[in-house]
Design a protein around this ligand. Structure first.
Ligand code: ECB
Length: 134
């Protein structure tokens, strides 16, 4: 039985988001605003099917996928790139590899204590975010 990441989660910390956004080539004005927001994650996990919404006052982002099935991801509203994305379980860590123009790109989610963790990585930069249940 894998862990269940389902729920509504509020961001409580965000480390090196600047470095991650720079690696993605996000412009100065967008980075300034993006750094201010505290997004909420709404995760729906149904067996192998996931919906992850990232909601904020600035932008929203939606991704839907099944474990082990590569899908076309369009990071519209973020860095606006196309990726071939694949999500798998690495033990109790939900891990996504986003193949595309940017090397070494992806993210990992896991739960530790009552908190949801997210690490997003791109070309050597790692952004670490932590969330608590709303
Ligand atoms: C939707 C949050 C808006 C805040 C940032 C807006 C613009 C910044 C542009 C690019 C930065 C790249 C990523 C933003 C960080 C979080 C958005 C969702 C990242 C993501 O792919 O999360 C995964 C894992 O939870 C599911 O899509």
């Amino acid at each position: 039985m894998p862990v269940d990441l389902s729920g509504t989660w509020n961001m409580v910390s965000n480390e090196n988001f600047e470095g991650y956004m720079l690696a993605l080539g996000i412009d100065f004005a967008t980075r300034k605003i993006a750094k201010m927001v505290k997004p909420q994650k709404v995760i729906k996990q149904n067996g192998d099917s996931f919906t992850i919404q990232t909601l904020s006052t600035f932008r929203n982002y939606l991704v839907q996928f099944k474990i082990g099935e590569e899908f076309d991801e369009d990071t519209k509203g973020l860095d606006n790139r196309k990726c071939k994305s694949l999500v798998t379980w690495d033990n109790d860590r939900l891990t996504c590899i986003q193949k595309g123009e940017k090397a070494n790109r992806g993210w990992t989610h896991w739960i530790e204590g009552d908190e949801l963790y997210l690490e997003m990585f791109c070309e050597g930069q790692v952004c670490k975010q932590r969330f608590q249940r709303a």
